[in-house]
Design a protein around this ligand. Structure first.
Ligand code: NAD
Ligand code: ZN
Length: 361
């Protein structure tokens, strides 16, 4: 008998332009103490005096911690935020509210988990290693594409691997989807993060793990991506709304399937070179015509339409050891390869094949 996965979903979602204003009333029911704090982890791109930060409803001992995401989340940074919070407050926080992109979504999930689980977050990189439920955690995405708002993982770079804390306790208890917050993002960043969603869909829809559940979400997300990136001329309000929902649907699609070759190889780039997820995915996907012919063709049309420069030559000058490190990281992600290429994936995804692809990047 097939052993179907019974996976958790985010139980509460609010969507709409300006709905961030409701965050205070949403978290109010979790305020069971006047002394324990709500902690807001906020991308430091939103400085102290910005409109967004002035709308954060601080009460009692609540605190805003600004986080810089020039480097994507690391296990040791997550541990440090956890340690600082534990040192500063006598009581366990009532909640962790992350406001930012995928990096902040992952910080919020990981810190919430590490407040109730002992040791280092590096101990929990993998599948179903987390033992205790997290503290209440809320995600407020400010850029669309990663699907981290809905996913069951929190991607972290650790001492030996780049891998998420995948667990039933990882998903948010609440997400606040306010497309207005995605206004005014740098165009390249908008594209790279948006393409993460497009690539999730290609990898999910063409993978061997595909099923009607994933297909129904993936196809809707794909339609929305095409509308935003191929049909529209600007990132207007309608496009902001649609890309936010594309991200959500893309995340739902991979929740019950898997990503594929682009993500496996992008993790290699991220681990060795610190290449950000969205950029890395684009650098890799650009070279994957032999695996994803249709998707890569459409991707290249989107690149041209929006005049995006995909970084070139980022692997030039790397040593054999460097290439081997990236290949090790990429090949360790076995479910991704099996989804992309089937049970006999090892015959296709050889070390030589990966080396030749990395050399093109
Ligand atoms: P990000 O969070 O790394 O942010 C990218 C840049 O955009 C940053 O400079 C940030 O300051 C800026 N930014 C964010 N919102 C902005 C706004 N409204 N206005 C102006 N600037 C803004 O980018 P991302 O692509 O959303 O996330 C990538 C991260 O997500 C990676 O760490 C990746 O590993 C992770 N990820 C996680 C999952 C998951 O399921 N947990 C899935 C995919 C990716
Ligand atoms: Zn991704």
């Amino acid at each position: 008998m097939t052993d179907y996965r019974n996976f958790p979903m985010v139980p509460r979602v609010i969507f709409g332009r300006g709905c961030f204003s409701q965050v205070g009333e949403i978290i109010e029911e979790k305020r069971t103490s006047d002394t324990a704090p709500m902690i807001f982890l906020v991308d430091d791109v939103f400085g102290n005096n910005t409109n967004l930060v002035s709308r954060i409803p601080l009460k009692n001992n609540d605190k805003i911690i600004f986080i810089n995401v020039d480097d994507e989340p690391k296990t040791k940074t997550v541990d440090k935020y956890r340690d600082d919070i534990v040192a500063e407050f006598a009581e366990l926080p009532l909640g962790i509210i992350g406001v930012g992109g995928g990096s902040i979504m992952d910080y919020a999930k990981a810190v919430a988990l590490m407040l109730t689980n002992p040791g280092s977050s590096a101990d929990y990189q993998g599948w179903d290693l987390v033992e205790n439920p997290a503290v209440y955690h809320v995600g407020v995405p400010t850029i669309s594409g990663t699907g981290a708002e809905i996913s069951r993982t929190t991607v972290l770079t650790g001492p030996v691997r780049k891998l998420g804390m995948n667990s039933d306790y990882t998903p948010f208890d609440q997400v606040i989807l306010d497309p207005e917050l995605t206004q005014g993002i740098d165009k390249n960043q908008w594209f790279f993060t948006g393409m993460d969603c497009f690539i999730h869909n290609v990898e999910s829809l063409t993978g061997t793990y595909i099923n009607a559940f994933s297909q129904s979400y993936g196809e809707k997300s794909m339609d929305l991506c095409r509308e935003v990136f191929l049909e529209k001329e600007e990132f207007d309000e309608d496009a902001q709304d649609k890309l936010m929902m594309a991200s959500f649907h893309g995340g739902m699609s991979i929740a019950y399937s898997q990503v594929g070759v682009a993500h496996a190889m992008s993790y290699g780039l991220g681990f060795l070179l610190g290449t950000h997820h969205g950029v890395g995915n684009c650098v890799v996907f650009d070279q994957l015509g032999e695996f994803y012919a249709e998707g890569v063709k459409e991707f290249k049309q989107m690149v041209v339409k929006h005049r995006i420069d995909i970084p070139q030559g980022i692997c030039a000058g790397l040593s054999d050891k460097d290439f081997n490190t990236m290949i090790d990281v990429a090949l360790s992600l076995e479910p991704l390869w099996e989804n992309a290429l089937g049970k006999n994936w090892k015959q296709i995804a050889t070390r030589e094949k990966l080396r030749s692809l990395y050399e093109l990047m």
